[in-house]
Ligand binder design. Structure first.
Ligand code: SF4
Length: 242
């Protein structure tokens, strides 16, 4: 990890109560609109902060939205445990979607278990086998899906809108906290006492697979800990590319 500054920490943010209430009302309105409009809506959660804000909203206002997470086979133990924590906290069920064995075996045979460090092509191939294809299968038959993406997360996300057309699947894709700032996010999570992934308390603002995610310093870009050996334009796993 570069630099000598302290590890990134969960921001302690206080916002006016009226602002937080407005965030909550807008989230409720957005999720209610989605769940009223479609019978089969699915939400893909990584169990990290943004997705926990959306999960909190779904648990309170839109229980018909089905929640799943991608069990890539390379997650931290804390992420596996977090799924249970969230299920117990909200009394809901999260589907764990696993990659197909033959896809993982084919990747390992061609590139090696950790071959994603060697080339961008190998990284894309691993993400395809462990994330993108399982996502395709998990969304098969859905009428719409929901994400926790925000504009301010990354330069690759600064044109996000609430509703997009997922051109790959031909269904709407909703981003109900697309316009939340970092402060909005962390203040809302604290206000609503939403369970936090334990790695957020160990310097991880963003959480993905264990070998491709590291803690960051306070002065680093928030996405610096994801695929840190690649440039900024490559810091996506393919789940949200158009
Ligand atoms: S994040 Fe890393 S380990 Fe996970 S699927 Fe992508 S390349 Fe593979």
């Amino acid at each position: 990890m570069p630099g000598n500054s302290p590890l990134w920490q969960v921001p302690k943010v206080e916002l006016p109560h009226a602002h937080l209430v407005n965030l909550q009302q807008v989230l409720e309105e957005r999720l209610t609109r989605i769940s009223n409009q479609f019978n089969d809506v699915r939400f893909a959660t990584s169990l990290a902060a943004e997705d926990m804000a959306v999960t909190d909203g779904i648990a309170k206002y839109a229980k018909s939205i089905r929640i799943f997470t991608l069990f890539t086979g390379r997650l931290h133990d804390q992420t596996i445990q977090m799924k249970t924590t969230v299920e117990n906290h909200y009394g809901l069920s999260i589907d764990g979607v696993e990659p197909q064995v033959q896809d993982v075996q084919a990747f390992i045979a061609q590139y090696g278990l950790n071959g994603f460090y060697d080339s961008e092509e190998a990284k894309k191939s691993c993400c395809y086998a462990r994330k993108v294809k399982p996502l395709e299968l998990a969304l098969n038959g859905a009428q719409a899906w929901v994400t926790g993406l925000r504009r301010s997360q990354a330069i690759t996300r600064n044109e996000l809108t609430f509703e997009e057309l997922d051109e790959v699947r031909g269904i709407p894709k909703f981003n109900p906290i697309f316009d939340w700032s970092d402060d909005d996010l962390w203040a809302y999570l604290a206000w609503q006492q939403v369970p936090l992934h334990p790695l957020h308390h160990q310097g991880y603002p963003s959480i993905g697979c264990e070998p491709c995610t590291r803690a960051i310093r306070a002065d680093e870009d928030l996405r610096a800990g994801r695929w840190w050996w690649l440039n900024k334009q490559s810091k996506e796993c393919g789940l949200h590319l158009k």
